[in-house]
Design a protein around this ligand. Structure first.
Ligand code: APR
Length: 352
């Protein structure tokens, strides 16, 4: 998966390079700097001494010694002084220079801590935004697996407004097996089940009219009406013998997307995409299908039909599905944002 967020200790990660949030002396310190030096052993400090320091925003590389990682990329983030002293640019260049140092060393995988978000006092939510947007810009142009390591949940500050909106949506939608399921969802899944038995569509329509009058919510029927008229989905449904892989490639072409635009937006690595492209009967995971549904910007009913081709369905008793449904129903297809939200709610990320 090109971009992932994990909770843990960066010194334990089996990646080609880990990034150290150091200070300009490169002679060690506390926080992640101290942890990396302890885990790498004394030879790390010996090599650091030969580097004669590192300017804020720049990066220098040493071997990893006793660490599982082959390299340590030492970078220095800015000390937060209120935000008017070029801190954001310096933090961005710390991430960017570290990524390009990893590229120069032909690393296929690199892991970052939240640079400057500890002792250096960078506000955690802004530090996250700088980290994710800089990594995203790099991954738009290069292939690498980049992991952002969150040492403790306290360090992860997801967008508060979005967090509470999603929490509200989960409260109204998530079916923990005890509560009422969402009637609209039942209606939609009922429609899905009958997608190919046309005469029963009339039956489903009658139930929808009844449910609409019962709920008095004109909006309630809207998604299904859209569902009925949506030519793209109707066409996809009509090709019922079309496999997941064929439907994916057809929709990429229909949207005039390049393959790489689609798999990058889906947070899917190139090798996996080539496998899907070359195997008409490829059997994807649910995360992979949802990742492509987001990349193709499918609406909820198109996503349902796409999932069905791979033998899956959105479930209101699966919190991750409910979170993805929130983003799709709000037509927010920002995969990085979706994965931040999934991480914030302790769910598996989308992509592969
Ligand atoms: N693995 C991953 N992340 C870690 C670990 C670890 N083992 N230990 C700490 N962190 C996280 C912190 O929770 C924080 O989110 O690393 C992030 C950066 O915190 P600091 O290590 O304090 O780094 P920074 O804020 O950039 O300050 C750098 O601190 O350690 C000194 O020598 C260092 O002077 C420099 C300053």
């Amino acid at each position: 998966m090109p971009f992932r967020i994990v909770e843990g200790d960066i010194t334990k990660l089996q990646v080609d390079a880990i990034v150290n949030a150091a200070n300009e002396s490169l002679l060690g310190g506390g926080g992640v700097d101290g942890a990396i030096h302890r885990a790498a052993g004394p030879r790390l400090l010996e090599e650091c001494r030969t580097l004669h320091g590192c300017k804020t925003g720049e990066a220098k590389v040493t071997l990893g010694y006793d660490l599982p990682a082959k390299y340590v990329i030492h970078t220095v983030g800015p000390i937060w002084r209120g935000g008017n002293y070029g801190e954001e640019d310096l933090l961005r260049s710390a991430y960017r220079n570290s990524l390009f140092s990893a590229l120069e060393k032909n690393c296929e995988s690199v892991a970052f801590p939240m640079i400057s978000a500890g002792v250096y006092g960078y506000p955690k939510d802004q530090a996250l935004e700088v980290a994710v947007s800089t990594i995203r810009a790099f991954l738009d142009e290069h292939e690498m697996d980049v992991t952002l390591v969150i040492f403790d949940r306290e360090s992860f500050r997801f967008d508060g407004r979005l967090y509470s909106e999603i929490s509200g949506f989960i409260r109204n939608t998530y079916d923990d097996g005890k509560g009422q399921r969402n009637l609209l969802y039942d209606m939609e899944s009922a429609f899905e089940v009958d997608e190919c038995i046309c005469e029963e569509r009339a039956e489903v329509r009658k139930e929808i009219r009844h449910a609409k009058s019962m709920m008095g919510a004109s909006a309630m029927a809207a998604p299904i009406q859209m569902h009925l008229q949506d030519t793209g989905l109707k066409e996809a449904l009509e090709n019922l013998d079309e496999s997941f892989s064929q439907a994916l490639l057809r929709m990429i072409d229909a949207r005039g997307m390049k393959d790489s635009d689609c798999y990058k937006k889906a947070n899917i690595d190139r090798k996996l995409f080539s496998k899907i492209r070359s195997d008409v009967n490829y059997r994807p995971s649910k995360q992979t299908v949802l990742a492509f549904a987001v990349a193709l910007e499918l609406d909820l009913s198109e996503t349902e039909a796409f999932l069905k081709k791979a033998g899956f369905a959105l479930s209101h008793s699966n919190k991750a599905d409910v979170i993805v449904e929130y983003f799709i129903s709000h037509r927010n297809y920002d995969m990085y944002r979706i994965n931040e939200a999934l991480f914030a709610f302790d769910q598996n990320l989308l992509g592969a």
